[in-house]
Design a binder for this molecule. Sequence first.
Ligand code: SF4
Ligand code: SF4
Length: 426
Amino acid sequence: MTSSLKERLNYDKTFDCVQCGYCLPACPTYETMEKETHSPRGRINLVKMVAEGKASVEDLKEPIEKCLGCMACTTVCPTNVQYGEIFEGAKRVIDEERPRRLVEDFLFQSFFPSSKWMSTLGNATWLYQKSGLQKVSQRFGLTKRAPLQIHEFEAALPSMPTPKKRRRERVDRYVRKRPAVAKIGFFKGCVMDSVFFETNQNTVELLLRSGAEVVFPEAQTCCGALHAHTGKVDQSVELAKRNIEAFEEEGFDYIVNNAGGCGARLVEYAHLFDEGTEWYERAERFVDRVRDISEVLVGLDGLAFEKELSRTVTYQPSCHLRNVQKVTSEPLDLIKRIPGVELRELERPEFCCGSAGVYNIVNYEDAMDILDVKMQDVCGTGAGGVVTSNPGCQLQMKLGVEREGLQMEAVHLVDLLMEADPRPKW
Ligand code: SF4
Ligand code: SF4
């Protein structure tokens, strides 16, 4: 049975908002755009009005599309408004009214969920970087002609390993210590596994050195976060089912990921199904075992860092790791364990960097305004590097460094940990 507009917009949930406005100072888009309609309270009111027929879906479009989905508002809301569900419902209704685009359908239905396409993306990026095409394109400004400021993002991409190296290093099961201290199912991610392959391999290495066994279930696919954030809720539910099934076969102690955005989607799988249904129960069992890499490394406590790095860093938390997965202290704890590293914390770590999935690509100017606020904070720490826990934040930080003309590195936490030569304690 087709659900009503009110149901699709999660109208009932909008009544939890008591209009107090406590969320306004926490909202990056309210701060940079200075409009009530671009605040959490304003967006909730608009959703309510559309559900009641007092405003059109068109009125909702811009305010919702300018929302980062960072969920900072949910961390300060005294009545626990489920903004994420209201936001996703609004995205879904907006998406339903848009004309279909073949390229978009291909990307979401076939490209992101396919390991083969992801591997092709990684290999094509390697070819582009190593063949000299990247240098030529940059030198003659060819990439500047590409839409959506793609040239800035491609310049910030990490250097790709060769296809041969990718094939050689990738096996489905890694074990170094018997008996292993934990059996881990690794959630490799879609873009993470193609473009950030080295970071994934470093994650596996950290887990192995901690004494764990690591398995890559073959049937896993994209987490569905990009689908959900663009309103393709039904597709994201299908992907969730495929992942739940893929990780059910073996008795994993943990399902580990290293990307805040993916992890936030994985921990929300149970919300996608009706309570009491079989899929809800299966999703709950899946969610119970989902962990960010930092939580598992701190929990296993199997590493001793040998190399002194002698540098100052600050930590930019992924909003989805912090606000949805509620992981805050573990990344800081790990950074503090590295000999020679001085951690200088941000004044406003909760403020989004403006990356937010594909937000910085589709809302470039707004994302850069938000990034500028973030970079003021980063610069204020006087640190020589930024550590992140999500690939999107890492790329955004690289753009921020470039925009400010700074000499500063932006690294993923696991890459920094590997640089410090972690040795097994066992
Ligand atoms: S803090 Fe919560 S209840 Fe208050 S206005 Fe914001 S969403 Fe509504
Ligand atoms: S999710 Fe972030 S950007 Fe969107 S309303 Fe909440 S605080 Fe503002």
